[in-house]
Design a protein. Structure first.
Ligand code: ACO
Length: 376
């Protein structure tokens, strides 16, 4: 009988002061503050300060933090040249992973692991990731990059660089709320990856690059794109029932549902659902919201008893679509925000570092002869 904990389910492998998650009751707090009021009333910049400093900033502190972040928006000419070298048909997550990795090459001390150095490097990666995604997306559309606006918030600046026009306050607010909701979430797969890498005393660029790779998978951050693919495959609200039932009968997964930790409604999905509805109505996407809500209704009837509810990815798909984002930008949006959590976890790991090195249970044969190659 194997003693391996498959998927490390239930294993506590780190301490954190950032996110508290109660999966049974559907609770998520950042530094003790419930996610819902944060999503409704905070800003992404304030939330990053909260996660990195374990307290809310005073106004002057937030101004100073925002100034530092915004001052780092412009990417270097060598980063811009690397983005120009990316093939037009590359997937944005691969581009983001590649260019974030390359940011280490312009850092004179990329390997520094002192807290101030890691924080400064994390801040720069956080500040520049939006420009990387926006410039690549414009380039593949045959458009020139748009210079960042250092007077704009993280959310406004991204939408400005992507579209070349200022977002409406509603759009900027909705995007900012999405960034808050995705910023941190305990020891999820990409954060674990980040902590494993930094625990070897490797560098923050490697840790975040690895985390982006882990996030891309369809069982993790890639699920938001999977949700949109599914909604596009369903032609109408009436077609939802046979589509979902067919998938469940074939034992296929419905993207955007289920969670390793939540066995109740994902608290991030609560506000996202409201946001998705309002934005869909405002942008002529009411049919998309209607399909989403029908999927949820059927899943509630069929599988809620097993503890399978919408997760953060389900309503973020409709929200991002209504904001006007292309399908393959959905997972990069998750990454833009989660860089905050990854950096915070890297700092926490380094504060009391011990190499993360679990064991594998060997289940193969023993005492095998070595057969020379020509005799096999
Ligand atoms: N649709 C249908 N059935 C599901 C789903 C789903 N989305 N998720 C879980 N189940 C069922 C499984 O078939 C299994 O049923 P069984 O016991 O009858 O065999 C049971 O629920 C348990 O599933 P596991 O895979 O063991 O649960 P695990 O904790 O390993 O998986 C995961 C969690 C990977 C998120 C899973 O729910 C899933 O694949 N969801 C779809 C992908 C998704 O939305 N991922 C995003 C997660 S949130 C995030 O990373 C930001």
């Amino acid at each position: 009988m194997s003693t391996a904990s498959k998927g490390l389910e239930g294993v506590v492998a780190a301490e954190t002061e950032m996110s508290f998650i109660d999966g049974e009751r559907g609770v998520l707090e950042y530094v003790g503050i419930a996610i819902d009021p944060l999503a409704r009333h905070s800003t992404f910049e304030e939330t990053v300060f909260l996660l990195w400093n374990k307290r809310l900033p005073r106004r002057a502190e937030l101004d100073e933090f925002s100034r530092s972040l915004r001052g780092l928006y412009p990417i270097s000419e060598s980063t811009a040249a690397l983005i120009r070298a990316m093939p037009a048909d590359a997937q944005p997550m691969h581009v983001l992973r590649t260019i974030v990795s390359a940011l280490a090459l312009e850092d004179p001390a990329p390997n520094a692991t002192e807290p101030d150095a890691v924080r400064a490097k994390g801040l720069k990666i956080l500040a520049q990731a939006p420009a990387i995604v926006a410039a690549f997306d414009r380039q593949r559309r045959g458009l020139d990059p748009v210079a960042p606006d250092s007077s704009a918030s993280f959310a406004e600046n991204f939408l400005w660089m992507l579209n070349g026009e200022k977002p409406t306050p509603t759009m900027a607010r909705a995007f900012d709320a999405c960034m808050i909701l995705h910023a941190d979430h305990g020891l999820n797969a990409s954060t674990f990856t980040c902590r494993v890498i930094i625990s070897t005393l490797s560098d923050i660029y490697s840790a975040i690059t690895g985390a982006i790779g882990a996030l891309r998978g369809p069982l993790h951050g890639g699920a938001n794109e999977g949700v949109m693919v599914m909604l596009n495959e369903i032609p109408s609200v009436d077609a939802v029932e046979p589509y979902v039932m067919g998938k469940l009968q074939r034992k296929e997964r419905i993207m955007g549902f289920g969670h390793r930790v939540y066995k109740a409604y994902d608290p991030r999905a609560v506000y996202l659902k409201t946001l998705a509805k309002q934005l869909a109505e405002d942008t002529g996407n009411a049919d998309l919201y209607a399909k989403s809500s029908k999927v949820e209704e059927i899943m509630e009837r069929e599988v809620a008893a097993k503890g399978i509810y919408p997760n953060v990815d389900f309503y973020s798909a409709t929200t991002y679509h209504s904001i006007g984002l292309k399908l393959d930008l959905f997972t990069p949006m998750f990454a833009l925000s989660r860089i905050a959590g990854w950096t915070g976890h890297a700092l926490e790991q380094l504060e009391a570092n011990r190499l993360i090195r679990p064991k594998a249970e060997y289940v193969g044969p023993h005492d095998q002869p070595y057969t020379p190659i020509d005799e096999r």
